[in-house]
Design a binder for this molecule. Structure first.
Ligand code: B16
Ligand code: MG
Length: 215
């Protein structure tokens, strides 16, 4: 029986996935190559340092560790320029309503994000007080598809893994949920998320009871 929900942040609660792509693309372009939207799908849910390693490998660029750290810092500064402009208007359609339905139904909710910027984003969009627990890139060591982020989420809610349902927009995130023994709802398309237990384009007009019927 499901008692808790673990929410990914980027691409589920807010559309910051686009800002990550723009900033990584700017970095790649400055290094003399480009990254496609298709390649960007493989970066979703992956930590900052794992992402830069994948991008440099993709562009066949080899750099000293010090320069890699500088570039990661720069990418984050570009990314944060967009985050600083965010308000509650950036919360994706249906998310606020879903959270209200979950609270009314007595479900617990935790964040389960790879982002170190998660606290800043939640504060900007005004959703921080809604969460019973926050597990993010500051509290996990291993990147999705490792299940650490969701195992810690279940622990923080005092629930068993199988009592938690994950909401994700990344292939790696759904793999992480499954590795933790949890079902996952994918926000996206069947093409991008063939591993999801249920696919939704968004949470707009979605009723909780209908969700459980389909899972
Ligand atoms: P940061 P999520 C992930 O967040 C993003 O999907 C991924 O693109 C990003 O590289 C990662 O967070 C780290 O983010 O640089 O802000 O620490 O989707 O797990 O909420
Ligand atoms: Mg995501």
């Amino acid at each position: 029986m499901i008692k808790g929900f673990l929410f990914d942040l980027d691409g589920v609660i807010v559309d910051t996935a686009v800002y990550h792509y723009q900033a990584w693309r700017r970095m790649a372009n400055e290094l003399g190559f480009d990254i496609s939207e298709e390649f960007n799908e493989t970066l979703k849910g992956i930590s900052r340092m794992d992402s830069i390693a994948r991008i440099l490998e993709h562009g066949k660029v080899s750099l000293p560790e010090e320069r890699i750290l500088e570039l990661a810092k720069l990418k984050n500064e570009w990314y944060l320029e967009e985050v600083e402009k965010m308000t509650s208007a950036n919360v994706l359609p249906g998310i606020q309503e879903l959270i209200s339905q979950l609270k009314a139904g007595g479900y617990k909710i935790s964040l389960g994000s790879a982002s170190k910027n998660a606290p800043k984003i939640l504060e900007r969009i005004g959703l921080a007080p809604e969460f019973d627990a926050i597990v993010d890139g500051n509290s996990v060591k291993k990147s999705k598809p490792d299940p650490e982020v969701f195992i810690k989420g279940a622990e923080a809610l005092n629930l068993k893994n199988e009592e938690c349902l994950v909401i994700e927009d990344a292939f790696a995130g759904i793999e992480a949920a499954h590795a933790a023994g949890m079902k996952a709802i994918g926000i996206g398309t069947k093409e991008n998320l063939p591993n999801a237990d249920l696919i939704l384009a968004s949470f707009e007009e979605v009723k909780l009871e209908d969700l459980f019927k389909e899972l």
